[in-house]
Design a protein around this ligand. Structure first.
Ligand SMILES: [Zn+2]
Ligand SMILES: [Zn+2]
Length: 358
C-alpha cells in the first residue's frame, strides 16, 4: 500500500454546525508517528453533543474518537505497539483516546490522562499540526505518546470499535471503585457507557447489578449485558429499603440530578464514581450529611490510562462474547452518509452506536 496524498474527511464547523466532506492533505508520518487507515469509526454520544451545539470544540475539526484502523505507514521508531509487538503495514490497531507527553507534572504523578500537553483524538483543530486527528476521515495520524495496541485476530472491527472510549473508561471506573465479587452495584444510565459498566461488573461477579434509566427501551438491553435488576430512575428505594444499600454506584448518565439519588442509595462506606457529567454547569444537589456520616468515597473519572485500554481488550477477548458486543454497532454507513447516521441514532434510543466506514 503506498501512502496516500489526500484523505477524505468530514469537517465539522461549530459556527455553522455543518458537516462538510473535504479532502485534507496527508503528510508523511513524523518520527514516532503512525498513519492509520480508518476501518471503522463509531459515533459517540459526545460527538452528537458537539454536532448539535451542546459542546463547543472551539473551531472546525474532524470529530470521531471511537476508532479502529490499520497501519498505513510507520514513522521512524514507531515499529512496535505499546506492548512491544512489532507493527507492520496492514496490522489492525486500536489506540488510547488521548496521547500524553510522559514527563509533565501530571504524567509524572500517574495521571497521564490529564497531561498538560494532552492530545485528544476527535478534538484536534483543523488549523493545528495534526488536522487528521479524528475518526470521521479515511486516515488518522497517531501522534507520539499514544498507547497503540494490535487488535486480536478474533475480534471483528464492530466488536472492538467502542473499546477505546466507553469500555476503557468504564474499565477505569470498576478499577477505581475496586468492584469485587458479591458486591452490589448500581449503574446509573443504560447508554453504551452504562452497559459497558454493567458487563464489567457482572464479569467481576458483582451481584446484584441494578441498572437505572428513565428510558425503558434502553433498559431492556441491560439484562443481556449482565444486569440482574432494572430500575426506572427515581424508584431506587425498592432496592435499598430492605437492604443496607449499594456497595458501589457508577454514574454513567450525565444527569447531575441523578447523583444525589445515587449517593443516597449507597451503604455506609460505599463508593461513588461520577463519570457522565462532562459539560459545564452540571450542578448537583447533594445532601453532604450523607457523604460525611456515611463515610462515602466520591471520585470523578475522565479519560483513562493505557492499562485500562489493555484490560478492556483482554476483557473483550476473554468474555466479550458472553455479552451482545456484536450488536453494539447497529448499522455501518459510508463516511459521507454521516447525517443519516446521526438521524438513525437520534430516532431510536435503543441504538447504542452507528458507525461510519470510510
Ligand atoms: Zn466516546
Ligand atoms: Zn504529560
Amino acid at each position: 500500500m503506498s501512502a496516500p496524498t489526500v484523505a477524505r474527511a468530514i469537517v465539522f464547523d461549530p459556527a455553522t454546525r455543518e458537516l462538510d466532506p473535504r479532502d485534507i492533505p496527508v503528510r508523511e508520518p513524523r518520527s514516532g508517528e503512525i498513519l492509520v487507515r480508518v476501518r471503522l469509526s463509531a459515533i459517540c454520544g459526545s460527538d452528537l453533543h458537539t454536532i448539535r451545539g451542546r459542546r463547543d470544540p472551539g473551531g472546525p475539526l474532524v470529530l470521531g474518537h471511537e476508532i479502529c484502523g490499520e497501519v498505513a505507514a510507520l514513522g521512524d521508531g514507531a515499529d512496535a505497539d505499546s506492548l512491544g509487538a512489532p507493527l507492520s503495514i496492514g496490522d489492525r490497531v486500536t489506540w488510547g483516546i488521548a496521547a500524553s507527553c510522559g514527563n509533565c507534572f501530571f504524567c509524572a504523578r500517574g495521571i497521564p490522562q490529564k497531561c498538560v500537553r494532552l492530545f485528544k483524538y476527535g478534538h484536534a483543530p483543523l488549523e493545528s499540526d495534526t488536522p487528521l486527528g479524528g475518526g470521521f476521515a479515511e486516515y488518522c495520524h497517531l501522534v507520539p505518546g499514544t498507547a497503540v495496541y494490535r487488535i486480536p485476530e478474533d475480534l471483528p472491527d464492530r466488536e472492538v470499535v467502542f473499546a477505546n472510549c466507553s469500555l476503557a473508561t468504564m474499565q477505569a471506573a470498576v478499577r477505581m471503585a475496586d468492584v469485587r465479587a458479591g458486591e452490589s452495584v448500581l449503574i446509573q444510565g443504560a447508554g453504551l457507557v452504562g452497559l459497558c459498566a454493567t458487563a464489567l461488573c457482572a464479569d467481576r461477579g458483582a451481584s446484584p447489578v441494578v441498572v437505572a434509566d428513565p428510558c425503558e427501551e434502553r433498559l431492556t438491553q441491560a439484562q443481556s449485558f449482565g444486569a440482574t435488576h432494572l430500575a426506572c430512575a427515581g424508584d431506587l428505594r425498592d432496592f435499598t429499603e430492605d437492604v443496607r444499600g449499594f456497595d458501589v454506584a457508577i454514574e454513567a448518565c450525565g444527569h447531575p440530578g441523578a447523583i444525589g439519588d445515587g449517593i443516597e442509595a449507597l451503604r455506609i462506606g460505599g463508593r461513588y464514581i461520577a463519570a457522565g457529567c462532562v459539560y459545564p454547569g452540571a450542578i448537583a444537589q447533594i445532601d453532604m450529611l450523607s457523604i460525611t456520616t456515611k463515610l462515602i468515597t466520591l471520585q470523578g473519572l475522565h479519560n483513562y490510562t493505557p492499562l485500562d485500554l489493555q484490560e478492556a481488550l483482554r476483557f473483550l477477548t476473554r468474555a466479550g462474547r458472553r455479552f451482545p458486543s456484536a450488536s453494539v454497532v447497529r448499522e455501518v454507513l459510508p463516511l459521507e452518509e454521516i447525517e443519516d447516521a446521526l438521524a438513525l441514532m437520534e430516532g431510536d434510543p435503543s441504538i447504542l452506536r452507528v458507525a461510519l466506514s470510510p
